[in-house]
Every structure is written in structure tokens, then in C-alpha cells.
Design a binder for this molecule. Structure first.
Ligand code: SAM
Length: 236
């Protein structure tokens, strides 16, 4: 936790907050902080700053704090992610939030296991928990938006064109036509496939809707590795 993210309900007064639960335990056990120490804090969806520990008890941490810094710039990307298995999904949510992605579309594809859509990790509070962990890691405050698209064809035909208008469109595919470009730093929609990859029909539809099919070389990466590799390469 490189940033203590303050939720609206933590704030008891202007510049004063009380924190309990996981974040308190982390400050006690990992930071081993004491009264008078300073911590990096941020208001959820707001500014960053510093806090001083005023009171530290077994079940409560009281902070006096000031915020004035903007959070880091968001990456100009919408990530379309074929729904991965729950364990991978949790880690990938954290990575996406840490790296500054602000719009994530979880989509169905032929090789996504149907049962993954029933996962408790898709409940809004579970998604939020993973995103907050990612923001704390990356010292960011702005929660990404997450959209669930449970049907590939209606999503690609009806909603994706408006969502991707005036954006570069890339689909990562190990047998893509060209090398994934570097440091493009332009508004982009990036599609990443499921464990078994996209089927030819899905690649054809995406290409039909303006996607370039790109690869990262001959090594096949797990989704959780492909995500940071692609983002680092595209947004250097
Ligand atoms: N056997 C699958 C295939 O050939 O597509 C492997 C799927 S891979 C585990 C999951 C996703 O990560 C892929 O659909 C792709 O989006 C991305 N990916 C993994 N390795 C890649 C590479 N070398 N180039 C481009 N994308 C890659």
C-alpha cells in the first residue's frame, strides 16, 4: 500500500479522517507507523497529499491530512478483456488499475468458460476491492469504470463502434499480422483474448470493425503477463 486511499466515510471533518480495518492493519503491521509519522494519502477520485498520524489505537487510526496534488495522468486506453478465470481476473484488475487504465470492458468470447460469469469476483463490491488495491499500489485515486459485456456479437456490432470512435483499435493475437507498435500514446482500444485465444470468427469481426491484429513475438504470454507487456509497449 503505497497510498492510503481515503473513502468519503473516513472523513470526519475538514482535514481529519479515521481509518479502520485492512488499511489500519497495514499501517500497523507493514509500515510499523507511530503517532507523528507521515503517510501518503489521497481522496478516492480526488487529490493526493500527506497525512500525519494523530492517534493510533488497536481499532482506529486518526489522521490530520492535506491534499493538493493531482493524481497521475490516465492511460488513453480502453481495455477489452475476454473474461479470464477468477484468480487471474483479480490480479489483472489490480494491474490495470495500477497502470492507469480507466475503462475496462470484460467481454465474452467463445473460449471464455461460461461458469466464469457466475464468479463472486464479478460482484461490484469485489471488483471495487481489487481496483482499490491496484490504485493504492500505483498511487492513484481515480477508480476505473468496469463494463460487463456478456455477448460478443451484440457488443461488437452495437456498442463497440461508438465506444471506439476516433481511437486506434488493436487486437493482441499471437499470430497477428504485424508487430505491436511502440509508444503510440494515442487514444486506443486494446482487445486481449482469453486463455485459449480468440477464434478466427472473432478476429475477423474485430478486423471488420477496424481493429489491427498485432503480436508481441513468438512467445505466448499468460493474460496477466500480456496486459502489462502490451500497456508498457504502447504507452511508453
Ligand atoms: N493459445 C492462445 C492463442 O494462440 O491465441 C493463447 C492465448 S494467450 C494465453 C491469451 C491472450 O493474451 C491472447 O489472446 C492475446 O490477446 C494475448 N497474448 C498472449 N501472448 C501474445 C503474443 N505473443 N502476442 C500477442 N498477444 C498475445
Amino acid at each position: 500500500m503505497n497510498l492510503l486511499l481515503l473513502e468519503p466515510e473516513d472523513i470526519v471533518d475538514a482535514g481529519r479522517a479515521i481509518v479502520r480495518g485492512r488499511r489500519l492493519t497495514h499501517v500497523q503491521d507493514v509500515h510499523k507507523a507511530e503517532v507523528g509519522d507521515t503517510l501518503r494519502v489521497g481522496n478516492l477520485n480526488g487529490l493526493l497529499g500527506e497525512a500525519r498520524i494523530i492517534r493510533l489505537e488497536k481499532d482506529e487510526l486518526e489522521l490530520g491530512y492535506e491534499v493538493s496534488q493531482e493524481p497521475p495522468a490516465a492511460l488513453p486506453v480502453t481495455v477489452l478483456l475476454a473474461l479470464p478465470r477468477p484468480k487471474m481476473l483479480k490480479r489483472t484488475f489490480q494491474t490495470l488499475a495500477t497502470m492507469g487504465v480507466k475503462r475496462i470492458v470484460l467481454m465474452n468470447t467463445f473460449r471464455v468458460e461460461k461458469s466464469f460469469w457466475q464468479s463472486p469476483w464479478l460482484k461490484p463490491e469485489a471488483i471495487r476491492e481489487q481496483l482499490v488495491l491496484g490504485l493504492e499500489q500505483g498511487r492513484d485515486t481515480v477508480l476505473p469504470e468496469v463494463i460487463l459485456e456478456k455477448r460478443f456479437k451484440p457488443f461488437v456490432e452495437d456498442r463497440l463502434p461508438a465506444m471506439s470512435e476516433d481511437m486506434r483499435k488493436l487486437v493482441a493475437h499471437p499470430v497477428g499480422d504485424g508487430e505491436c507498435p511502440r509508444a503510440i500514446n494515442e487514444p486506443t482500444v486494446l482487445a486481449i483474448g482469453p486463455e485459449g485465444g480468440f477464434i478466427p470468427y472473432e478476429i475477423e469481426r474485430l478486423v471488420e470493425y477496424g481493429f489491427e491484429c498485432v503480436h508481441l513475438g513468438p512467445r505466448i504470454l499468460r493474460v496477466e503477463t500480456a496486459v502489462p507487456a502490451l500497456l508498457s509497449r504502447l504507452f511508453g
